[in-house]
Write a protein that binds this ligand. Structure first.
Ligand code: ADP
Ligand code: ZN
Ligand code: ZN
Length: 755
């Protein structure tokens, strides 16, 4: 009888715990010599009753304090060697530790769905579509297909236009707004045929590697930045490319990619959720004749797997993807670029709450390769590291050519008659721009901001008597709340300064605004772009096309509209409500406002037409606004950083947030109270209680969401490691709290959103 081999397996379950299984005897013999080979292999195992789950082996023959006869057997050994490279596995273990998230779940999120389900890690190929032979035969030589027959069925018409030129995959068509239902309908009419295309596995792309000769003459700033990176691209170096909107950051990316590809290494480009448009990809395809693959959530599971395999085998030279692409396994990764590095979509906001930028830097460090972060509005964390000299700071301060930067101005809202938040000045200005045939963008920026109560006549705000902070307005309850000391105040009915009874809360409703716009400008169609109506990638791309075709004249939106899209006909941009961000209890609100303002201003009048930017506020004298409008983000951010330093806020300190929510407010609050006790005890024992503060529990800014009461407990320290170590020690006890089973709770390390 062979010796038993016990495998400790991580499963995607919300417990910080792993489970032991026996390797079946017929397999054990193969691995007796080198048990370590099993680590990193996926397995299928029985779990709780009849369920089978896919997990990964983390340890072989761990020390046991129980009878192994009780162990269940592994049902199937899926891989014969570790699925992921050693470096990537190491990074995932670090991430599980750092973000306090169960390793089994981290691992599962890092691999494509098909692999999560236990499928084999090989190429799958994908469904493609082409015009049927019969149809082609009917066509006279060189003539286009008679499309008029399909004029009435718009989607079918569109599909045929696209497929008239070339054969496309289901998902390529999907990103153009053509669904499989439409394709099936055309197949039923014998117009289209589907085929299974095997992926083209080109491992030798280097042999024919060429860079297009069609490229602009670099500006001197671009040349400097490129040289700096290219001279140090053989080892770990983190670069921040701070370049104003339209300054040609992408051109820099292309030029630093060239030498990496030329030596046969692969490149990973990460872009925000919405930044990944066909135009982005085209720019890279036009420059390099190498295989480029995408990695984003709109791909189906076969395509995800193919893209993953291309990266791992080396048949992808460039991977362009959103947040989760940072987990791609590469044969030989040589460079990581993170575009719009300040973007909030890089932080996953539920479950495994990692930040793709931080993971990327950690990864570049471990792989000993360069990483470049690009933005017009760097996150304060990044900027701080660059200013301290931890990252190399590169600058683009000019736009190539003679594009004129937009002009910006403030409108004082105090006492004005507003229509759904619009001032008479703005309405008049909109009319002028629209009459000239131009487009207008209106920004409503409410995500992430807690409302405050303000006097509409004079701008007075209700301030906490004990703190340097404004009260947060809770619509559901009849009181105001200080998020710093937890004191409350009944809602006042009169302004303390001018006696006016016109007290308003910041934050305008999108729907109300949309209706008002339709009444004010019936001849200029409005489109609303926000997370709710653009959840699907294809619908967002459709909107972009419609906007550029001039179908819509007024674009009403949130941050999504600010992300690197070029709208050449937009000449007026207005931020409707900036006060919410100025006085919000979330210290990041002003950073976000400044980023939004700058990005948005970059949308206006990028081409020959000069743009105009308008900010509506009750506080035009506010130093932040003055600085932004007069000096720009670079200066504002450096000033704001010194304020953060004075307040000892991130990036000058580090935070973690424990959240709990429940139908019952007391349960959520008291659970966090218990957490606080446990955590405080640990800090006292470790003698770090003077360096790690625990604040709360306090209600979240949005105290109730979807019927649940929400509370928070904040940990803050001047030292990152103190937080992770403390939480790691506390976690087993927190997991065991019976109160924890009655609430939904989570840990968010380096939180960016406090709402
Ligand atoms: P960013 O990403 O910094 O907003 P882009 O890379 O999109 O800017 O560049 C803005 C525009 O300027 C693009 O149309 C690009 O083709 C053009 N451009 C970039 N570099 C140069 C250059 N050196 N000379 C002329 N045009 C350039
Ligand atoms: Zn207070
Ligand atoms: Zn007043």
């Amino acid at each position: 009888m062979t010796k038993a081999i016990i495998c400790r397996v991580a499963l995607a379950i919300p417990l910080h715990k792993q489970f032991d299984y026996l390797l079946p005897e017929y397999l054990a013999a193969d691995f007796l010599e080198s048990e370590q080979l099993l680590v990193g292999c996926r397995v299928r195992v029985p779990f709780g009753g009849k369920r089978q789950m896919v997990g990964v082996i983390c340890e072989v023959n761990p020390e046991l304090d129980y009878d192994i006869n009780k162990l269940k057997k592994i049902t199937q050994l899926i891989d014969t060697q570790s699925l992921l490279s050693e470096k990537l596995s190491t990074l995932l273990r670090w991430a599980a530790f750092y973000y306090q998230h169960p390793f089994g779940d981290v691992y599962q999120q890092a691999i494509p769905t098909a692999l999560r389900q236990g499928k084999e890690a090989t190429f799958k190929g994908s469904e493609h579509w082409q015009l049927s032979q019969s149809v082609k035969a009917d066509l006279p030589e060189g003539k286009a297909f008679n499309l008029d027959d399909f004029k009435r069925a718009k989607k079918q018409h569109q599909a045929l236009i696209l497929l008239g030129q070339q054969c496309l995959s289901t998902s390529e068509l999907k990103t153009q707004g053509v669904t499989r239902v439409t394709l099936k309908a055309l197949q039923d009419k014998d117009v289209l045929t589907s085929l299974d295309k095997q992926p083209n596995i080109n491992l030798n792309w280097l042999e024919n590697f060429e860079e297009s000769t069609e490229k602009p003459n670099l500006t001197s700033e671009q040349a400097l930045a490129i040289t700096a990176v290219n001279q140090q691209n053989q080892a770990f170096n983190c670069f921040l490319l701070e370049g104003i909107t339209g300054s040609g950051k992408t051109e820099v990316y292309l030029n630093i990619i060239t030498p990496i590809l030329a030596r046969g290494q692969q490149v990973l480009l990460i872009v925000p959720e919405i930044g990944l448009t066909p135009q982005t990809v085209q720019r890279f395809q036009q420059r390099f004749n190498v295989p480029i693959y995408l990695k984003h959530s709109a791909l189906n599971s076969r395509e995800q797997l193919d893209s993953w395999c291309h990266a791992k085998r080396g048949s992808a030279a460039i991977i362009i993807g959103t947040r989760s692409a940072i987990f791609s396994d590469f044969k030989d990764l040589g460079l990581i670029i993170l575009d719009e590095e300040h973007d909030a979509s890089f932080k996953q906001q539920d479950g495994f709450r990692y930040h793709a930028r931080d993971f990327a830097i950690k990864r570049a460090h471990l792989e000993q390769i360069p990483i470049l972060l690009g933005s017009a509005t760097p996150a304060f964390e990044t900027l701080h590291n660059a200013l301290q000299g931890k990252y190399q700071h590169l600058h683009l301060t000019q736009r190539p050519g003679n594009a004129i930067p937009p002009s910006s101005s403030l409108v004082n809202l105090a006492g004005l008659h507003l229509q759904a938040g619009l001032s008479p000045q703005l309405i008049e200005l909109m009319g002028k721009h629209l009459e000239k045939g131009n487009q207008v963008i209106l920004f409503l920026n409410r995500r992430g901001y807690a409302p405050v109560l303000m006097c509409h006549e004079c701008g007075w705000l209700v301030k906490c008597g004990r703190c340097d902070a404004f009260y947060t307005y809770h619509k559901s309850a009849n009181y105001l709340h200080c998020h710093h000391c937890a004191s409350t105040l009944p809602i006042p009915h009169q302004c303390n300064d001018c006696g006016s009874t016109q007290l308003i809360s910041t934050g305008v409703g999108t729907q109300q605004l949309e209706e008002t716009l339709n009444t004010l400008f019936p001849d200029h169609p409005t489109v609303r772009i926000d997370r709710d109506n653009t959840r699907k990638k294809e619908s967002f791309n459709q909107y972009l096309t419609d906007i550029n075709n001039g179908k819509y004249k007024i674009l009403l939106g949130t941050q999504m509209l600010a992300k690197g899209h070029h709208f050449p006909d937009v000449t007026l941009v207005a931020l409707i409500d900036v006060d919410g961000a100025l006085f919000c209890n979330d210290y990041r609100a002003s950073e976000r406002l400044a980023q939004l303002f700058t990005q948005v201003a970059g949308r206006a009048g990028r081409a020959e037409k000069r743009g105009q930017v308008l900010l509506q506020t009750h506080h035009p004298e506010h130093s932040l606004l003055q600085e932004l409008v007069n000096s720009g983000y670079a200066e504002f951010s450096r000033h704001a950083l010194t304020e953060r330093q004075l307040a000892q806020l991130p990036p000058f300190s580090f935070q973690a947030l424990l959240r709990a929510e429940s139908d019952n407010a007391t349960l959520a609050e008291s659970f966090l109270g218990l957490c606080k006790q446990i955590i405080t005890q640990i800090t006292v024992l470790n003698k770090i209680d003077s360096r790690l503060f625990v604040l709360g529990p306090i209600p979240a800014s949005m105290e109730r969401r979807a019927g649940k009461y929400r509370f928070q407990l904040l940990l803050q320290s001047d030292h990152r490691a103190l937080i992770s170590k403390t939480l790691n020690q506390a976690l087993p006890s927190l997991d065991k709290l019976p109160e924890g089973r009655k609430v939904r709770w989570s840990i968010d390390v380096d939180p960016i959103d406090f709402v």
